[in-house]
Structures are given as C-alpha cells and as structure tokens.
Design a protein around this ligand. Structure first.
Ligand SMILES: [Zn+2]
Ligand SMILES: [Zn+2]
Length: 233
C-alpha cells in the first residue's frame, strides 16, 4: 500500500521516467517514445507451443524442440527479452517497484486475454521461490501473477507448487546446468489435481524452470498447464 501511494505522489511532481533508458517523459509510465518503438511484441512471431521468438517475418509454427513434446500446452509472452524490455524487467527484479509490475502485468494480461485458453483456466500460480528469496516480502512474478489472476477473474493459487530442492539462481548458469538445476526441484501439491493452471513468470529464457514446474503440476494431476511470461527469448 505504502509503495503504491509513494508512486502516485511522485507522479504528481515529476513526469515518470522511462524504464528502458531512464529519460524523463514516459508517456504511458513505462517507456519513452524511442524505447516503445524498440519493443518487439511476441504475438505472431513466436513458436506456437513454447512461445520462443522465431524471428521477424516468420510464419507462426512450432519450433524444432517442441516437436519432441512438452509438459505444458502453450507458453505465451508479451515481448522479446531485449533492449528496453530487458531493462524494465531488470529494474523490476532488483528495485522491486510494484507500480512497474502493474504496468508490465497489464501488457502481459492483454496478450493472455487474446488467447483462447484464457477462458478455460481454473487457477493462476507462479514459480515457487528459493529459500533465500522467500525472506523478501514480495516478488516480481508474484505481483505480475496476482494482477493477471485478478484481470482474468481467476483464483490466485501460489500454493499449487512447492520447491523441494534449492539451487543457485538460474541466471548464473549455462543452458545444460539450468536444466539440471531445476529437474526435480518442484513438487505439485494435491490442490493442483484436476485444474487447468496458468503459470506466470516475469522472464522465460531457456524455459527449463517453466518446464520443470509444468511437469510437477501435471504429475500432481493438473489437467493442463499454460505459461505466461512478460519477457521471452
Ligand atoms: Zn526510453
Ligand atoms: Zn517451441
């Protein structure tokens, strides 16, 4: 509450700064005109299954890796994780500004709402944090997830997944280590049984974490898992 109030008071005094480049004058509160023009939205340029960016002018199709099958039905994202989007998501992770989480969540919400699966979801959840991060009061993915749940009118259920093994942060590891680090790190709880679940995260890069979470939910009996991430590479 205090964070939200502080943000609105600041807004009255100085025009909001761009979260991409720091310039004063972000019209929509998120990016300046220049940065907004650099955002590559993912709808139509992503793998039909895992949401990976396939490059401009590519026709929507599943990527090679997706032909091997995945534990989730579909992953969607707002924008390519680069440039101003990367800056804003970094700011979100390390400065933890709730107002910024709202701005980003609303853009992701727009993408999710446009997908046919949005109408069929039973619950919204997120990736359980490591013990070290649990000591922090709130997390970006939690803010985004809660707002998406509210926007979709679906219950926010962070308790559907549990972390059963710790490990270093994914960003410190290479691709192969990332997969090893999260395999078997999560467990779905009994509450997940029979549900169609949307798993929300702030960033999805290799997809190893999202996949491990989806597999855990499916093992716990979830009927289906979909994934929504703000930034995707
Ligand atoms: Zn800018
Ligand atoms: Zn794919």
């Amino acid at each position: 509450m205090r964070g939200a109030l502080a943000l609105s008071l600041t807004d009255l005094i100085v025009p909001p700064r761009c979260w991409g480049c720091g310039a004063v004058g972000a019209e929509d509160g998120l990016f300046c005109e220049g940065c907004a023009g650099k955002v590559r939205m993912l709808r139509g340029a992503d793998c039909l299954r895992c949401g990976r960016f396939l490059g401009e002018h590519r026709r929507p199709r599943p990527c090679g890796d997706c032909r091997r099958g995945r534990p989730y039905r579909r992953a969607v994202a707002w924008a390519v994780y680069e440039g101003p989007v990367r800056e804003a998501l970094h700011a979100l992770k390390f400065q933890e500004v709730e107002g910024l989480a709202r701005l980003i969540a609303d853009r992701l919400l727009e993408r999710v709402r446009a997908e046919p699966f949005a109408a069929r979801l039973d619950a919204v959840t997120t990736v359980p944090q490591t013990l070290g991060r649990l000591l922090k009061p709130v997390h970006p993915a939690v803010w985004i997830g809660r707002r998406i749940a509210a926007g979709l009118g679906r219950p926010w259920r962070p308790g559907l997944l549990r972390r059963i093994r710790g490990g270093p942060p994914q960003r410190d590891l290479g691709n192969v280590e990332r997969r090893k680090n999260v395999t078997g790190a999560f467990e779905g709880t009994a509450a997940a049984a029979g549900l169609r679940v949307l798993l929300v995260d702030d960033v999805m890069t290799t997809g190893a974490t999202a996949e491990a979470c989806a597999a855990a939910l499916r093992e716990a009996g979830a009927r289906g898992v979909w994934i929504a991430a703000a930034g995707r590479s």
